[in-house]
Write a protein that binds this ligand. Structure first.
Ligand code: NAP
Length: 327
């Protein structure tokens, strides 16, 4: 089968052996896979490892074959893949054994992928294959950061730097659906307009003077993923006693911050990563209830996977990027 792999320091399309379903596993025939920023980091993490690894954490497709002992799933079922491996019940942090699909295990940028039967969920009927393919990783990350960790409530003002991010394209409607006010930033005017169309109440320039523009706002909750470029600027606009959830560090991981200002401000800082199956199911139910449609910026063919990654790297997208694998 055709797959997009990392091998000996190089990303390329390669013919790989089709996987088979062992006990408790299913093979999913991928229709569309979803890209994530994580995919960009795999080459650095693997260096010159000689064994080919199929990239990709997100995907939607059809059950192709089923291993022994699998119940409640049939060949032909339409599913999305849960990339959050072995984290079933909600908990403060992922359990031991947690991993993300697409490293170390083979991922979704291939005609077929094998996963535990515990890792597939019914594809939401109101979504196209493209929309379904990008929902799990970004949607789940956003859902846990906003609801579980951020404890968003009706009437809260939520601030989200980087409106263009795949996860932000879920955060904006999630927060609006529960009656929060949403303020976003983006470096691009076009993306600020798109964020307003998606429901944001206010969209400001990432490079502008936030303290001045937001002087009248009482920001209860900030969902941060940009990292060094915005972390301190975000803390500066959070109300005293407010909550900040960090789930990413797109620019740089390491930041200096003023502890005295932090404890005088009595801020609450939370870390978040992906989420449990319980949260994924709650997220899918939320999407169903509000008939939410994930934002797909663009779709590439599997053989153009490198172009799709380059596009993501340049940060041109608003929302998510998909890879069409089969018709
Ligand atoms: N912990 C987890 O489980 C988890 C899960 C998902 C993602 N993440 C991490 O969270 C982050 C967001 O993920 P994603 O997939 O949504 O990312 P993404 O789609 O690639 O979006 C990143 C966004 O960051 C903004 N940005 C990039 N460089 C910037 C800079 N120098 N200054 C200000 N803003 C900048 C851009 O927004 P504008 O173009 O609008 O300015 C860009 O669209 C990534 O770091 C990712 O690795 C973590």
């Amino acid at each position: 089968m055709k797959a997009f792999v990392h091998e000996l320091g190089v990303l390329k399309i390669k013919e790989m052996q089709e996987p088979t379903a062992e006990e408790g596993q299913v093979v999913v025939s991928i229709r569309v896979a979803g890209l994530n920023r994580r995919d960009l980091y795999i080459p650095d993490r693997r260096g010159t490892t000689s064994e080919a690894l199929i990239l990709g954490s997100d995907g939607a497709g059809i059950i192709h074959s089923i291993g022994k002992g699998v119940e409640g799933i049939a060949i032909g079922d339409e599913v999305i893949i849960n990339p959050s491996l072995r984290w079933y019940e909600n908990s403060d942090a992922p359990p031991g054994g947690f991993d993300i699909l697409g490293m170390p295990d083979h991922g979704t940028f291939a005609e077929k992928v094998v996963v535990s039967a515990e890792q597939v969920e019914k594809k939401p009927a109101h979504l196209s294959w493209e929309e379904a393919s990008v929902a799990a990783l970004s949607g789940l990350t956003g859902y846990r950061a906003l609801f579980t960790k951020g404890n968003v409530k009706k009437g809260d003002t939520v601030f989200i730097p980087a409106a263009g991010s795949g996860v932000s394209s879920f955060l904006i409607p999630f927060a609006k659906n529960v009656g929060a006010k949403v303020i976003v930033t983006s470096r691009s005017e076009e993306k600020r307009s798109k964020a307003l169309e998606l429901g944001a109440d206010m969209a400001i320039d990432t490079n502008g003077d936030w303290e001045k523009v937001l002087a009248e706002e009482n920001i209860d909750l900030i969902i941060e993923s940009v990292g060094r470029a915005t972390f301190n600027r975000s803390l500066d606009v959070l109300k005293k006693g407010g909550r900040m959830v960090v789930f990413g560090a797109t620019t740089e991981d390491v930041v200096d911050f003023d502890l005295r200002k932090f404890f005088y401000g009595q801020y609450q800082l939370f870390g978040s990563t992906l989420g449990s199956r319980e949260e994924l199911r709650a997220m899918l139910a939320h999407m169903e209830e509000y008939k939410m449609i994930p934002v797909v910026d663009s779709t590439y063919d599997l053989i153009q996977a490198q172009d799709a990654l380059d596009y993501l790297k340049e940060g041109k997208q608003f929302g998510n990027v998909a890879l069409r694998v089969s018709e």
